[in-house]
Design a protein around this ligand. Structure first.
Ligand SMILES: [Zn+2]
Ligand SMILES: [Zn+2]
Length: 136
């Protein structure tokens, strides 16, 4: 059994590979909706303002940003998070676009290739469809 300390409330809990206890996860899901709606209406904002207006803790907002569930468009150069690889300021996730690109090109998975192939054939279908329409 793997007991871990929750990164949010600091309570020990039985971890199944997660760093956050079930209580906090439930709260985060609720907070996520609040914050997401706020950011949707106030696109250019900062984490202090979001936390103040939504009454969601900064820690929770940061967690959601790191998970990539939220994207906060901070003013240019003023990243809310830092890339875990090159330490450049970023707005969402754990890595900047450049580092993400580097990693993606390193490990091209079958899923990616299949997805690309699928979207390609879809494009071709669309093209065929419009060509038919053109003849009529
Ligand atoms: Zn917790
Ligand atoms: Zn980077």
């Amino acid at each position: 059994m793997n007991i871990m300390q929750c990164t949010i409330c600091k309570k020990p809990f039985q971890s199944l590979g997660r760093k956050i206890c079930p209580d906090c996860l439930e709260q985060i899901d609720k907070d996520f909706i609040t914050v997401r709606d706020y950011i949707y209406e106030h696109k250019q904002t900062n984490i202090d303002k979001v936390s103040e207006e939504t009454e969601v803790s900064k820690q929770t907002i940061l967690h959601l940003l790191k998970e990539g569930r939220l994207i906060l468009d901070g003013p240019e150069g003023e990243g809310i998070l830092t890339c875990e690889s090159c330490k450049k300021p970023i707005n969402s996730g754990r890595l900047c676009k450049e580092c993400q690109g580097k990693i993606a090109s390193k490990m091209q998975t079958n899923v990616d290739t299949r997805a690309a192939a699928a979207s390609k054939s879809k494009e071709q279908d669309n093209f065929k469809g419009s060509a038919k329409l053109g003849k009529h």
